[in-house]
Design a protein around this ligand. Structure first.
Ligand SMILES: CC(C)(COP(=O)(O)OP(=O)(O)OC[C@H]1O[C@@H](n2cnc3c(N)ncnc32)[C@H](O)[C@@H]1OP(=O)(O)O)[C@@H](O)C(=O)NCCC(=O)NCCS
Length: 225
């Protein structure tokens, strides 16, 4: 596509607008890091991200409720969703800001990261990668985006993450993103009710900031700015 034509495409199509959006607004957040774009997902992108976390290897750690898991025959289709397509979507958890991770070069949804209410009522981050993106160091990029969302977009000075003891890939990715091990409750409850032993990680910044995107206004004022 010629650059001039591409400019028109970007302006006129919903997909083009979504993929070239540079700043956060009332509709959602956007942040860019290298070949990955993180932004508020459309309904289809969210379905693709959910499919990417629905395989047994991921569910071993994520422990979602059965009705949140995308069944095997539909996973491959969902993972083929073209980023930038699909209707507006509202998070099923009103106390979670979710961002889909998009591999812009490959045109694929690669994962999801969120900032949500944690075990202690304070801000927590967590996420997962689609199978093809695991084992390549992308976890660091994913969790760094979770920190950027918390600190630079939602005005949160402190964010924590809980990991099941033994999830080395997750623990090392959190540390690579800059979080440090801290003390915390010995256990953690997964969405399916399973109680796991937990390692805790934390990241603080002195001067957090808020963007023009939707804010996590359910947190107590002491957590924000
Ligand atoms: C957790 C997750 C985000 C990690 O991202 P990732 O990019 O796949 O992580 P990697 O496989 O690159 O592993 C990170 C590091 O841990 C190391 N590692 C992974 N598993 C390990 C193991 N069993 N023993 C020792 N080291 C291990 C890797 O070698 C890598 O080391 P490096 O930093 O020196 O390169 C991703 O694997 C995922 O989405 N998993 C499924 C869902 C999940 O567990 N989510 C987190 C819930 S808290």
């Amino acid at each position: 596509m010629l650059p001039a034509t591409k400019g028109i495409f970007d302006r006129l199509t919903r997909r083009g607008r979504l993929m070239t959006k540079r700043t956060c607004d009332r509709q959602g957040h956007v942040l860019r890091t290298g070949r990955y774009l993180f932004r508020t997902p459309t309904a289809w992108e969210y379905a693709a991200a959910a499919a990417g976390g629905s395989d047994p290897a991921a569910q071993r750690w994520l422990g979602w409720q059965p009705d949140s898991i995308v069944a095997e025959p539909m996973r491959a289709d969902a993972l083929r969703v073209v980023p930038g397509t699909g209707p507006h979507w509202a998070s099923p958890d009103p106390q979670s800001v979710d961002l889909v991770m998009i591999d812009v070069e490959a045109g694929r949804c690669a994962g999801l990261v969120s900032v949500h209410t944690g075990e202690d009522g304070g801000p927590e981050t967590g996420g997962y990668l689609a199978p093809d993106y695991r084992g390549r160091g992308c976890g660091r990029v994913l969790f760094a985006a979770g920190l950027a969302l918390a600190h630079e977009h939602l005005g949160l000075a402190r964010v924590r993450a809980g990991v099941e003891v033994g999830n080395i890939a997750s623990a090392r990715s959190l540390q690579a993103a800059g979080l440090v091990r801290v003390a915390g409750p010995p256990t953690y409850r997964l969405p399916d009710g399973r109680i796991i032993e937990a390692w805790w990680f934390q990241h603080d910044v002195p001067r957090p900031a808020q963007c023009g995107g939707p804010q996590a206004n359910w947190f107590p004022a002491s957590s924000v700015l």
